[in-house]
Design a protein around this ligand. Sequence first.
Ligand code: ADP
Length: 643
Amino acid sequence: MIERLLVANRGEIACRIIRTARAMGITSVAVHSATDSGARHVREADLAVDLGGERPAQSYLLGERIIAAAQASGAQAIHPGYGFLSENAAFARACEAAGLIFLGPPAAAIEAMGDKAAAKALMGAAGVPLVPGYHGAQQDQQSFRKAAEQIGYPVLLKASAGGGGKGMKVVEKPAELAEALESARREAQAAFGDARLLVEKYLARPRHVEIQVFADRHGHCLYLHERDCSIQRRHQKVVEEAPAPGLSTELRAAMGQAAVRAAQAIGYVGAGTVEFLLDDQGGFYFMEMNTRLQVEHPVTEAITGLDLVSWQIRVACGEVLPFTQAQLPLQGHAIEVRLYAEDPLNDFLPASGLLQLYREPTAGEGRRVDSGVAEGDHISPFYDPLLAKLVAWGETREQARLRLLGMLDELCLAGVRSNRAFLQRILAEPAFAAAELDTGFIERHRERLLQAPGAVDESFWALAADAWLQSEPAPMRGDDPHSPWAARSGWRAGMPATSTLHLVCDAAAQRLQAPGQAHLEGEWLVHSVDGVEQRLRAIRQGDTLYLQWRGALRCIRRFDPTAAADAGHGIAGGLNAPMSGSIVRVLVEVGQQVEQGQALLVLEAMKMEHSIRAPHAGTIGALHCSEGEMVTEGAVLVELREA
Ligand code: ADP
């Protein structure tokens, strides 16, 4: 019996596991790093244990401390989520040794799949098709050269201990091999402490199709259909869907059966994923097995109606899977997008900072939001930048696609850069609508997918002015709402009501008058275009107005022309690094009182110095940088508390 479950993770996956635990009547125990003490997963769990440090190595990767936390809180089981300790065989063993249930496969199964080269050898022996390649022990250049000749160029070098796309290099021709080997080795050594490589045929325009498998402790192993995860950037998934479009029944069954053979060959128990590459001839090849729950598992849940986390728990408690393969449900189609704090226009550089605005689309019929953050949270640079997953289900793929576009449209997010617009463009791309999927999709369409939001125009400024004025706090309090003194419209005796405003948005400033053509209803700005009423999201937070306009959330502020002239780098800036660079001066200390506009730090970037100034008076709460340190764009440098 599991009555109390410790969740050894953070973010959306921790919240998702906690939700299922609650539905099953199981008490959840969160663990957290020093920075995460107020994080959403901690707020949602029943109990919480502080792991002490800030970085993963000082918190979520501390197996011993996590086991001690489970014992101290009376938990019987640990769910590792994904990442962190989820594929760490030593941790799985340590859990067992401590009398705790590890909600993952047996340690030996993790070990068998932990090394890509060893796993391929094992899978080849079990009759699972492999990409032609060499995964032997000889690591000298000559062996790789010989193997590459046999396989035929282009070839792909991979780190044996790899993951997350690190240590992967495409080699187009023999002359590039030596250098690619060296650089892949360096990357593999740095990322995994293990320089061993393998080489395989580099397939042209393959699809990434993976099979969700599930095994109980009684010898039953099923495949829960497949997912297509071909939409990738830098070999990492961005959009996933189930089932994979356009696969014949025979191919789906053949892939499913191969995945089950793979799982059975290593005595698998619980949820796992067998990843394949699919070529345009219908040939499929084993890539690797992930011995844990995947980020994209919700699309499988949407089409099967099963809760995989609940089944992980039930299987661990000895229950038998209640289906045969033929009885397994498959209904409709589901698509998931990964909402990341990152800048697609800057090579997908992770972003961090204060999530000033965060409004999720509503969940409901065919809509699901798995999120790990809330408005006002601080997005830390120490962890994976995944903020949330939006999942839509439909009777058809097209219905799911349109639903997901609607959800992305409803999402409001500001303060931290995100890939929201990029995701919208992917879903709206005709080739995506036509299910023309392969791993080169993003590269092929990058010009259209990676566009900066369009410039604002006159119609925007007119709406912005109306929204701004109507969201201003009333100038005079009084009992009579009809009194001219309570109006915000700039009423004056004997003349039309007009107000002149200076507003700024995306570095463009505008002096304008509020035309009064739109009106605010709560957080919606209503206006009509050719007799058709439109509603735009308009959210006012203090001196900032957020207006959703033409697919992007625009951030509008009042522009003070005199203050802007002497405010250093202008209205943008703030307490995050406005660009990557190095800190040349730290001008304040923790606890110090500062005035509005006071310079706090000096950042040197692109051969220029930029002062980071206090946007308001306050006290320095924390300093996250020191002189001489390199910082990346968006990194939080200093925390300023309101006076
Ligand atoms: P990692 O474990 O680092 O994520 P994988 O082996 O899972 O690496 O591969 C990640 C992605 O790299 C795949 O989804 C696919 O897009 C691409 N890839 C991997 N192997 C090949 C190959 N042989 N040919 C073409 N693309 C490949």
